[in-house]
Design a binder for this molecule. Structure first.
Ligand SMILES: [Zn+2]
Length: 109
């Protein structure tokens, strides 16, 4: 769950000044129900990203093509893993009964 801290959205910003009154902020945050807030244990403040500074960082990211190749290799491995099963072709469709056969852990590498 994520929300702004005030109606204008700049209360936590270092780039722009929030101009919301305490009453506006209380009214805004008061719209979130107490029972809902009671179930959220961590309330971190996330500052806005300076997009220019972020884009100036050296890129260590993987290209979409390289990422696609990894995904396709993983899907091929899963297809081989589940070749003898009926209707299961990927990890997401493994049923509980398949754990003992297909999800054993090995200490060997
Ligand atoms: Zn504000």
């Amino acid at each position: 769950m994520a929300t702004q801290r005030c109606p204008c959205g700049y209360q936590a910003s270092t780039q722009k000044q929030c101009r919301c009154s305490p009453l506006q902020i209380d009214s805004y945050l008061g719209k979130i129900s107490g029972p809902l807030l009671d179930r959220i244990a961590i309330h971190p403040t996330v500052r806005p990203v300076d997009i220019d500074a972020w884009q100036a960082l050296p890129s260590s990211s993987m290209s979409s093509a390289a990422m696609r190749d990894l995904v396709m290799r993983a899907r091929e491995m899963q297809a081989r893993r589940f070749a003898d099963t009926n209707g299961v072709d990927c990890n997401a469709r493994v049923t509980e009964g398949m754990f003992a056969t297909h999800c054993t852990m090995s200490l060997d590498r």
